[in-house]
Design a protein around this ligand. Structure first.
Ligand SMILES: Nc1ncnc2c1ncn2[C@@H]1O[C@H](COP(=O)(O)OP(=O)(O)O)[C@@H](O)[C@H]1O
Ligand SMILES: [Mg+2]
Length: 508
């Protein structure tokens, strides 16, 4: 007797369709699973058999062979257990319904419960796209799967419940859809708390408006960490598609909140310098996305950048450029998205006071050089906006003056983003930081004066080709915040001024 049940697998954050084929024939009782499974798939045999017996159901006294197709893709994890159970119960006649328009994903436990698995969102999206009408998952995953429109989601608690459902004894009600609330983030830190620092605040506003990477350099206590932590309060809202994408990453990482299964706020990740390389890039024996992907469509904040190991800093270079990261492991390659805004903060030297106006630096030239060189030239180049954050004086701190709120800044950021959204409609680009070389000339048109200014500065400062395009993109953002179609001289000047740190600090 032959049965075929639909299920899914995962590579990176991408789901693929799995067909669980089962053949039951007379012969010496045996239970085999083939189709390039890892240890978890082999262990599936024991879980499935015991779960069926725990539910008080019969396991066939026959030769049972399961093939997980396609055989040439390695399946990891236990997510096909439920499909094997459905195939068995269908073959033994416990389930008599036609299951060809349904997908089954879940892990069996020895006691007969169905447990949740990671990556339900991308697998549900694929199932819907492939035209399936129903998806059966653990009750733990049902709310998350319900985010996807156009497919009925059923939450299965136990093997017994599955049988009772199809027998019509106790039908499972389709999972109620999760409808996310669109709320302005509350309880986030506000820029109104930061006194002075108008240059740094403006630079962060441009970074948020165009999605640019930003580096802050300055003495300890100048407010760098304070400023960075307030960036989430001025970021534009996520679009629904972006929400789905980022939730997919969290789904695969097993980090989706059961009660709030769609991520509706831009992520802000700030890993500690002693984080492992794999935790940043992703990977591991059971591949999971790293911090750089958990920050997708949001901010990765690296405070005290030179404290991070050189290997971690350098590992960011490629994904910052490609907006995705591929990690190779024995289990195969996994690719995760990494469209991020990188924000980093650092002191200018080990003691922190090189360039300070209030305290004298005690570092030797050698120590200073060693410290600063932890950030390589190519890495520094990737920060579109580089600023110095100086100490705030007593008068400013004690003035009691009311500073501009995050809400007011966010409003300008959103306006600039609307202009970009209209400009890049249907191109796959969402903001100026993502402008590709092929459209750079077209979307970054300068006035003749701006062009002349840029030429003079380029030659005088000996800028690189990469600096050229990055300056243009930032100038585009500056012009967008002023609703100007052409990039003017003041816009280009502002962008050039954001690229001057290297001459002061890196050329020592
Ligand atoms: N501009 C500022 N306005 C208000 N408080 C400030 C400012 N700069 C620094 N502070 C105070 O100093 C503390 C230390 O600042 P922090 O952001 O940690 O500095 P850094 O990261 O540059 O070392 C802050 O938590 C805040 O209390
Ligand atoms: Mg700090």
């Amino acid at each position: 007797m032959f049965r075929k049940i639909n299920s899914c697998g995962l590579v990176g954050i991408n789901a693929f369709h799995v067909e669980t084929e089962m053949d039951i024939s007379k012969g010496v009782p045996d239970f085999t699973i083939i189709g390039l499974g890892d240890a978890a798939v082999r262990e599936s045999k024991d879980r499935v058999k015991t779960a069926i017996q725990s539910a008080g159901l019969r396991f066939p006294e026959a030769k049972v062979i399961v093939n997980l197709a396609p055989a040439d893709v390695r399946k990891t994890g236990s997510l096909t257990d439920l499909s094997i159970i459905a195939a068995l119960l269908s073959a033994t006649g416990e389930i008599q319904t036609d299951l060809s328009d349904s997908v089954f994903i879940g892990e069996a436990s020895l006691g007969g419960e169905i447990k949740g698995v990671s990556g339900i969102l991308p697998m549900t999206i694929l199932s819907k796209k492939s035209g399936f009408k129903n998806i059966y998952v653990s009750t733990d995953n049902a709310y998350e799967a319900s985010v996807v429109e156009g497919i009925n989601t059923y939450g299965v608690k136990t093997v017994r419940d599955l049988v009772d459902h199809f027998k019509g004894v106790k039908p499972i009600a389709p999972q109620k859809k999760y409808i996310p609330e669109r709320v302005i983030p509350k309880n986030v830190l506000d820029f109104a708390d930061v006194k002075g620092q108008s240059v740094a605040k403006k630079a962060l506003e441009f970074a948020a408006a165009g999605g640019h990477n930003l580096l802050m350099l300055g003495p300890p206590g100048s407010g760098k960490s304070m400023l960075a932590k307030r960036v989430p309060s001025i970021l534009p809202p996520l679009s629904f598609d972006e929400s789905i994408e980022i939730t997919g990453v969290y789904s695969v990482a097993g980090l989706v909140d059961k009660d709030k299964p769609l991520i509706t706020e831009r992520p802000f990740r700030s890993p500690h310098p002693n984080v492992s390389l794999a935790a940043i890039t992703g990977g591991g024996p059971i591949p999971k996305p790293g911090e750089i992907s958990l920050a997708h469509h949001g901010v990765l904040f690296l405070d005290e950048l030179p404290e991070f190991p050189h290997s971690i800093i350098e590992s960011l270079r490629q994904p910052l450029e490609d907006r995705e990261i591929t990690v190779s492991r024995t289990a195969g390659k996994s690719t995760y998205p990494s469209t991020i805004m990188l924000i980093a903060a650092m002191n200018p030297c080990p003691c922190g006071y090189f360039g300070s106006t209030v305290k004298k630096c005690t570092c030797s030239e050698h120590k200073k050089k060693q410290y600063i060189s932890k950030i390589s030239g190519p890495m520094l180049d990737r920060f579109d906006i580089q600023i110095e954050v100086g100490e705030v004086d007593y008068e400013k701190l004690a003035s009691g003056r009311k500073e501009e709120s995050s809400e007011a800044i966010r409003e300008r950021v959103c306006k600039a983003r609307d202009i970009q959204a209209a400009r890049y409609k249907n191109t796959g680009i969402t903001c100026n930081a993502e402008i590709t070389d092929d459209i750079l000339d077209k979307v970054c048109e300068m006035t003749p004066e701006a062009s002349e200014q840029f030429r003079a500065a380029f030659n005088k400062l000996g800028l690189s080709g990469r600096a050229f395009s990055r300056i243009l993109k930032v100038a585009r953002t500056v012009a967008d915040t002023e609703n100007e179609e052409l990039i003017g001289k003041k816009h280009i000047n502002r962008a050039i001024n954001f690229r001057t740190l290297d001459r002061k600090y890196w050329n020592t």
